[in-house]
Design a protein around this ligand. Sequence first.
Ligand code: ZN
Length: 209
Amino acid sequence: MNLRSMAIFTSRTIGEKLLEKPLMDWEAAVLYGLNPLCPPTILESLVLLDIPYWDSGREVRTGQLVIHRDLVAEVIFLFDLMLKLEFPIAMMRPVSDPIFFLDGRPSDALLMSKNNTSGFHYRNIAGSTRLSWHAYGRAVDINPLWNPCVTASGIEPSEGRYDTSIPGTFFENHPVVQAFLDAGWIWGGKWKQIQDYHHFEKPLQQTPF
Ligand SMILES: [Zn+2]
């Protein structure tokens, strides 16, 4: 079995799985458009998952998520919970899909404005020179347009709107948020300075290097 790539099927989705477009293999999902500064030790730790999700048109589709291998079981559990709860996810494609590119690299602004759910993205924290936990495959953004980042200076993406009555939006005590917290993840919606409602991360005590 190829450990770098896993297909996840639940009993209810076998036979009703819809493909948005041909799914990517590991090389395309991880390497295409990748920042050349990304070290091989990170690449070796990444797994590509095929994940069934409930889309906003109320159909089950197959998305793909790149994540750190240590988080595979938790991520499968959490997305399976979203499927069971019929929590809608707008789109789930690796950041290496060229529809998210600006100047040949994945653009976080485009990922957010297209409402894409994704994991691994070798980049710094916005407005910082520190690597994001996305760069280690230890963070997931879910429905960023419906769960925008709210800062003192405004909302990102700018066309986003935080309205908890919209399905697919997170809020305090939401069962999906609670499940992430129970699994030891941090939710950006609880931060003090900014509220990054789409962001979940599972940091280590220290950055690996
Ligand atoms: Zn994030």
